[in-house]
Design a protein around this ligand. Structure first.
Ligand SMILES: NC(=O)C1=CN([C@@H]2O[C@H](COP(=O)(O)OP(=O)(O)OC[C@H]3O[C@@H](n4cnc5c(N)ncnc54)[C@H](O)[C@@H]3O)[C@@H](O)[C@H]2O)C=CC1
Ligand SMILES: O=C(O)[C@@H]1CCC=N1
Length: 259
């Protein structure tokens, strides 16, 4: 496919790197600030540099607040049977239709783990998308990690709160965990190794296990042992559950505001 990527910042750039690595599609990036594009990617700085009806996919990867101003300039570049794809948080299909009219539109919510080809994305296709158009975009997003199609747009906003913003929570969790390990006397590099390997090894053990997460947690927790002491601080008064619920509800509420 011939694909136009409008906006190639942190998220668009992470996904583009995976697509270029797979080498299946041709890419043009429209972003005045993009200066370090992978080789083979064409770069344009303005919409008027693009021919009409040249692209199978026009993907918008700029900030939600800028879409209404920027996208109309690029609408001519999409083929008549092409697909608009938006990765913007919140911005609804209805808002996108207000800008580009009645078109095949797919909302994708990726995450920053796409940087290493381990992203997880939600995907919602509007009623104008044919099964073939949806299949093509699912296959494209699969190249950045895992793609989970959903059948309601609200699921995309909910999934934004869980996995779209998720790397932000996890980076902060890692920062705090590493800082606490340093407080306990480890140098920074050792603290990072201890925390990162604990996280990735534990996630893999949980993924490969058929036990519940509670059973796995209990398998680490000796009666009156060290883990029990640590967990009673971590879980005091249900604070961890409250914190995660507040975190996800706040992010979901913001996605709804950005519609
Ligand atoms: N950063 C993340 O982890 C995620 C971001 N998103 C969504 O991705 C979109 C982009 O976010 P980021 O990459 O984080 O932001 P960013 O600020 O890193 O990238 C935005 C890019 O758009 C470019 N841009 C601005 N005006 C433009 C114009 N008129 N024409 C072409 N390009 C223009 C900027 O130069 C910049 O490179 C947002 O809508 C966000 O909601 C979705 C999931 C995760
Ligand atoms: O914070 C944001 O709005 C974007 C969407 C999901 C992750 N980053």
């Amino acid at each position: 496919m011939n694909i136009l990527l409008i906006g190639c910042g942190k998220m668009g750039g992470a996904m583009l790197r995976q697509w270029v690595r797979h080498g299946e599609h041709s890419f043009t990036v429209a972003d005045p600030a993009a200066d370090d594009l992978p080789s083979g990617v064409r770069h344009v700085s303005k919409a008027t540099d693009l021919p009409s009806q040249a692209f199978d996919v026009v993907m918008i990867a700029i900030k939600p607040q800028a879409i209404a101003d920027v996208l109309p300039d690029y609408a001519h570049a999409l083929k008549e049977d092409g697909t608009f794809v938006s990765i913007a948080a919140g911005t609804s299909v209805a808002s996108l239709e207000n800008v580009v009219g009645d078109a095949a539109i797919v909302r994708v919510m990726p995450n920053m783990a796409a940087l290493v080809g381990m992203g997880v994305s939600g995907l919602y296709a509007n009623a104008r998308c044919t099964a073939e158009q949806t299949r093509q975009i699912v296959a494209l997003i699969d190249q950045t990690g895992t793609c989970i199609p959903v059948d309601s747009e609200d699921r995309i906003d909910r999934l934004t709160a869980v996995s779209g913003s998720g790397p932000g929570y996890v980076f902060e969790l890692l920062r705090s965990y590493v800082a606490a390990a340093e407080e306990l006397g480890f140098d920074h590099d050792t603290a990072r190794t201890l925390v990162f390997d604990t996280l990735s090894g534990t996630v893999e053990a949980a993924r490969q296990s058929d036990q519940t997460l509670e059973a796995l947690r209990n398998s680490v927790t000796s009666k009156n042992g060290t883990t029990q002491a640590g967990l009673s601080a971590l879980m005091r008064d249900g604070q961890l559950d409250t914190l995660f619920q507040d975190t996800l509800q706040s992010a979901y509420a913001r996605a709804v505001e950005l519609k």
